[in-house]
Ligand binder design. Structure first.
Ligand SMILES: Nc1ncnc2c1ncn2[C@@H]1O[C@H](COP(=O)(O)OP(=O)(O)O)[C@@H](O)[C@H]1O
Ligand SMILES: [Mg+2]
Length: 295
C-alpha cells in the first residue's frame, strides 16, 4: 500500500475534564486510507478521542494534525457518523444526502448547480444501495438503511477522514453484520480514511486494517507497580488479518486468537500491561521498546 505516514498525527495529547485526566499522553500516526478501529472499555475515553479528532473538543495539552494542519473547530473535512440521530426527519433521503452540498458545498470547491447536486446525490444513493428509496423519509427506513443514509450524508462531502462513533451499536446483530460487510465493501471502493470506535471487539477486528486498544488498565513507573488511573492510553496496536468482504474470516483461527488476545490484554482489569511493554505491533506505532528489544 502506498501509504503516507502521519496523515493524521496525534502528538502527546492529554485530555482532562475538571482536573480529571481522561486521556493520558496519546501518540498516534494514521496513514491515508487506513481503516482504524478503536476498542476499549466503556467510559475509557473513546468518544473523547473522536471529539478531539473532529475538533469538537480541544486537547488539554498536545496537538492533533490532519495533513500537517492543526485541527480546528468541526468542519466537513472530517465527516462524522454517530450511533443515531444525524438525519433530519422532515427531509427525504435524497435531501438528507444532498444537504451538505446545498448548504455551502465542499470547502474550496466551486458552487454546484442544482442539477450537479442532484446527480451526485443520486450517485451516492446508489453507492449506499438505496436507489429505490430516495423519496422516502427516515422514519420509513429500517435502522440499517438510516445508518447508510448517514454514511452517504457524510461521504458526499468527500471528508479527509470519516469518523464513526459506534455507528452500528443500535442495530440488531444480523443487520449489524450486514452493515459491517457493506462498510468494508464501500471502503474497498473508496479507500477513505476511517476512524471507527466500537466496544465490539469482533467488529473492530473484522473492519479494521489497524486495531487500537484504548484502555485505562495498565501500570507504569508512576505507580510503583500499582495501577494509578491517570487516564487511558493506547495499550495495543494490531494489524488484524486482511480486511475482506466475507464473514468467513470470523471463523478463522487467526481471527479468534486475535480476539482472545485483545480481550485479555485490553479489557481484563486484572491483566495489567506495563507501559514499557505495550504490545504495539503495528509498524506505525510509537514504540516504547526499540525494535531489537521487542524482537
Ligand atoms: N464534557 C465532559 N465533561 C466531563 N466529563 C466528561 C465529559 N465527556 C466525557 N467525560 C468523562 O470522560 C470519560 C470518558 O468518556 P467517553 O469518551 O464518552 O468514554 P467512551 O466513549 O469510551 O465510553 C467518562 O468518565 C466521562 O464521564
Ligand atoms: Mg462513547
Amino acid at each position: 500500500m502506498s501509504s503516507q505516514p502521519g496523515f493524521l498525527h496525534i502528538i502527546d495529547v492529554y485530555k482532562a475534564y475538571n482536573g480529571k485526566v481522561i486521556l493520558d499522553n496519546i501518540d498516534l500516526q494514521v496513514s491515508r486510507g487506513e481503516f482504524c478501529t478503536v476498542v476499549g472499555p466503556s467510559g475509557c475515553g473513546k468518544s473523547t478521542l473522536l471529539r478531539l479528532i473532529i475538533g469538537a473538543e480541544v486537547p488539554t495539552a498536545g496537538r492533533i494534525l490532519l495533513e500537517q494542519q492543526s485541527v480546528g473547530p468541526p468542519d466537513i473535512h472530517r465527516g462524522i457518523v454517530f450511533q443515531k440521530y444525524s438525519l433530519f426527519p422532515h427531509l427525504t433521503v435524497l435531501d438528507n444526502i444532498s444537504l451538505g452540498l446545498r448548504l455551502g458545498g465542499r470547502p474550496g470547491s466551486k458552487e454546484m448547480s442544482g442539477k450537479e447536486i442532484y446527480e451526485e446525490a443520486t450517485a451516492m444513493l446508489e453507492k449506499i444501495r438505496l436507489a429505490e428509496h430516495g423519496n422516502k423519509y427516515p422514519h420509513e427506513l429500517s435502522g440499517g438503511m438510516q445508518q447508510r443514509v448517514a454514511i452517504g450524508q457524510s461521504l458526499i462531502m468527500k471528508p479527509k477522514i470519516l469518523v464513526m462513533d459506534e455507528p452500528f451499536g443500535a442495530l440488531d446483530p444480523n443487520t449489524r453484520e450486514n452493515m459491517q460487510l457493506f462498510l468494508v465493501e464501500l471502503w474497498e471502493q473508496e479507500k477513505m480514511t476511517v476512524f471507527f470506535v466500537t466496544h465490539d471487539l469482533e467488529e473492530a477486528a473484522f473492519l479494521g486494517t489497524r486495531l487500537l486498544v484504548l484502555s485505562q488498565y495498565y501500570v507504569d513507573d508512576r505507580g510503583n507497580g500499582r495501577q494509578v488511573n491517570r487516564g487511558a492510553k493506547i495499550t495495543a496496536d494490531y494489524q488484524p488479518p486482511a480486511t475482506v468482504s466475507s464473514k468467513a474470516v470470523k471463523q478463522t483461527r487467526e481471527f479468534n486468537e486475535l480476539i482472545a488476545c485483545i480481550r485479555r490484554e485490553g479489557f481484563d482489569p486484572d491483566f495489567l500491561q506495563h507501559a514499557e511493554e505495550f504490545n504495539l505491533k503495528h509498524p506505525d506505532s510509537f514504540q516504547t521498546l526499540t525494535r531489537e528489544e521487542s524482537g
